[in-house]
Write a protein that binds this ligand. Sequence first.
Ligand SMILES: C[S@@+](CC[C@H](N)C(=O)[O-])C[C@H]1O[C@@H](n2cnc3c(N)ncnc32)[C@H](O)[C@@H]1O
Length: 206
Amino acid sequence: MVQRSKSSPAWMHEHVNDPYVQRAQKDGYRARAAYKLLEINEKDKLIKQGTVLADLGSAPGSWSQVAAKLVGKNGKVFALDILPMDAIEGVDFIQGDFREDDVLAQLENLLQNRPLDLVICDMAPNMSGNDTIDQARSYYLCELALDFAQNHLKTGGSFLVKVFQGSGYQEYLTAMRQIFATVQTRKPDASRNRSSEIYLLGKNKR
Ligand SMILES: C[S@@+](CC[C@H](N)C(=O)[O-])C[C@H]1O[C@@H](n2cnc3c(N)ncnc32)[C@H](O)[C@@H]1O
């Protein structure tokens, strides 16, 4: 298969003709990824009025836009990304590398020991093109996110995380099953079929 980098003509052609890209522009979402979260939420009802959640790897911000709308005034969204993100009402944002201890400390400081109902993680490293390296980098971020979820979710809380199927997948699934009573997979329609990405949803933190 042709490798589609985000500057290739093939990628650009697919992108501008993608119905989710067009819908996102119409609905005012910053990325087509909004529809992945909306579809999962439609099924699993993870985000409701009053939900307090963390959005890891939040930029450009479409998941935070969706979440902020759904949690309403009594809920809260804490978001973090290594890249800058334009402000969204109801979202407290930290810019920093989640792999760094001081960035984690900043996020924890913002939470002020508020237990979370939900952690959503769409983090993905910049792809180098070397599958082994990319897969390892990606699972490292997912492991840090799982650790964060384990430490900050309330009992009964949920964790939604993007992973890439392949090396490391089974081990990660096993780790999630130790923390959550149920772990399910979700592949929303907006997630491109040719992508090995899949979402794991851990419910009912032990
Ligand atoms: C697919 S995008 C997230 C899209 C987002 N869910 C949305 O709806 O707009 C993945 C994000 O992970 C972020 N990311 C990658 N490595 C990171 C790291 N070490 N720390 C924090 N964020 C990271 C990237 O900067 C990127 O914005």
